[in-house]
Design a protein around this ligand. Structure first.
Ligand code: FES
Length: 147
C-alpha cells in the first residue's frame, strides 16, 4: 500500500451556534486572575522579626541592595545612614524583583519606588513602601520589626 489514507471527513461546525452565550461568562474571572502576583500559592511576606540580610559592606554609600529572599530593600545614604523598606508592592502585593540603581520596579503593573525613601515614583501604586527598622550588628545588616 502506498499514499495517504483516504480522507473524506466532513467538518461539522454545529457547536458554533452555542458559542456567543458561553463566551460572556468567563470575562470577569479573567480580570481577577490577571492580578495574581507570581502564580504561587502564598503571598510574598515582609519579615515579622529581625532577619540577618548580609554583610554590612554589601550596601555602599549612595546605593541600595534588594534582598529578594526576604522581600526587603536596604539603602545607605551619603552620610552612611541605613534605611530599609518592605519590597512587597503596595499596589496589589507583588514581590518586587528588580532594582535599577536605587529604583525598585514592580513586575506586575510597572509601579516604581525610590529605594532610599520608599516613595512612589510611578503609578499605579499610590502608597509608599512600608519602612522597616534596620541596624548593623557585628558587620551584618539586620532588618525587620525589633531590629
Ligand atoms: Fe501592581 Fe506592583 S502589584 S504594580
Amino acid at each position: 500500500m502506498s499514499g495517504r489514507p483516504a480522507t473524506s471527513r466532513r467538518t461539522v461546525l454545529r457547536g458554533a451556534a452555542l458559542a456567543p452565550a458561553a463566551a460572556l461568562a468567563p470575562a470577569t474571572a479573567l480580570g481577577l486572575a490577571a492580578c495574581s502576583p507570581t502564580g504561587g500559592t502564598t503571598a510574598p511576606a515582609t519579615p515579622t522579626a529581625p532577619v540577618e540580610l548580609g554583610a554590612d559592606g554589601e550596601v555602599a554609600k549612595g546605593s541600595a541592595k534588594l534582598y529578594r529572599d526576604h522581600n526587603v530593600v536596604v539603602s545607605r545614604s551619603a552620610d552612611g545612614e541605613l534605611k530599609a523598606y518592605s519590597s512587597v508592592c503596595t499596589h496589589a502585593g507583588c514581590a518586587i524583583n528588580k532594582l535599577d540603581g536605587t529604583t525598585l520596579i514592580c513586575p506586575c503593573h510597572g509601579s516604581e519606588f525610590d529605594a532610599t525613601t520608599g516613595e512612589v515614583l510611578r503609578e499605579p501604586a499610590t502608597v509608599a513602601l512600608n519602612e522597616l527598622p534596620v541596624t548593623s550588628e557585628n558587620g551584618r545588616i539586620v532588618a525587620g520589626p525589633g531590629a
